[in-house]
Design a binder for this molecule. Sequence first.
Ligand SMILES: Cc1cc2nc3c(=O)[nH]c(=O)nc-3n(C[C@H](O)[C@H](O)[C@H](O)COP(=O)(O)OP(=O)(O)OC[C@H]3O[C@@H](n4cnc5c(N)ncnc54)[C@H](O)[C@@H]3O)c2cc1C
Length: 372
Amino acid sequence: MSSTTAKRVAVIGGGILGVSTAVHLLRQGASVTLLTEQGLASEATGRSLSWLNSAGERSTPYHQLRVAGVDRYRTLFAADPSREWLQFGGGLMWNTAGQGDVTEARHAYEQSIGYDSKLLAPDEIAAVTPGIDSGAVPEKAIFNPGEGWVSLPDLVNFLMEEFHGLGGHLVLNAGKASVMVDGGRATGVETAAGGTYPADAVLVACGAATPAVVKPLGVDIPNGSPVSMLVVTKPVEHDVTAVMNTPRAAVRPNPGNTFALDHDWYEEHITEHADGSFTIPDDVVQELADEASKLIAGNPELKPASWKIGYKPIPGDGEPVFGELGQVPGCFVAFTHSGATLGLIAGELLSGEILTGAKHPMLATFRPGRFS
Ligand SMILES: Cc1cc2nc3c(=O)[nH]c(=O)nc-3n(C[C@H](O)[C@H](O)[C@H](O)COP(=O)(O)OP(=O)(O)OC[C@H]3O[C@@H](n4cnc5c(N)ncnc54)[C@H](O)[C@@H]3O)c2cc1C
């Protein structure tokens, strides 16, 4: 075993970024301790729409990273296409009536960068993707055949089997853990109860809490994380395979013949309480389910089974934050929007940086040092 593969790494955060990086580290022979405040997937990873995509317009490095992210999911999918929690049924989007020119401009942009994009009249949708009520589509829609979706809690369970098989050490209910520093370098992790976990390198993958966890280290990472909600419906018969992004509801199939629903129009109805919990009126949740029902062939009645509310991790400038802190060598961060799409590729690239010190060129524009 070489000296790099003997490295001890402590990962803080049991969401997809922490779990994925931990497993990639273990695959390369590192000794890994994964600590998380409560259970696994307790925050954004447990309530994500997790549409796998790079649709629309963004910076070229971010687009390239997302395309690589989708690629890694395709590899996982190819190993067993029967998994109910990872499917590639494409993505379908449209805008409100009167915004057909916006839809056409988006399609033209996607085509210009080689992103698979088809502009469809409502009566052409059934030929490319099943189960949609085309009557809900006011003008043209875009179908992106290369897109998919994942159920992140299932992916976390899947990766954790490998984590345990490779001898990873899991610390649940660690409370708010923090990074230990000695002589300006990260030396491990300390839990709220006083437990210490010495390590050669530490990864902070705490989702929307990442800026707060690195703040005591003198590192400022702007936080733009909004509050959002994911609703999971009761089971219903349907033929939908695509993820739908529409003016009043985002909808994806979910294991067990259920749907996962998301949007942002109801954010003003969410109340944050003094203890940090969130509530929303039941009738607003039902309204989102009713909006989703209009998009599905036969307009089945959708009944919300559960809904979860909390912060959606988004760095202040919208771009991912990946890599080692210049101020604290040995301490790495992973904080990003679209963490579902990036979950596998980010774990792969970051684990390489943590173990070898070689900086991956695809992460060059996403360094935390840009805020210094
Ligand atoms: C409603 C919604 C829709 C989304 N839709 C999409 C989408 O369509 N496509 C896409 O690609 N992405 C999407 N995302 C984003 C994606 O789900 C997230 O980026 C991803 O799940 C974040 O994973 P994470 O590991 O960074 O953070 P999280 O899942 O939030 O995990 C962070 C973990 O760190 C723990 N933690 C925090 N602080 C501490 C501490 N001090 N000590 C110990 N543990 C700590 C938390 O308890 C938590 O377990 C969506 C997110 C939401 C909420």
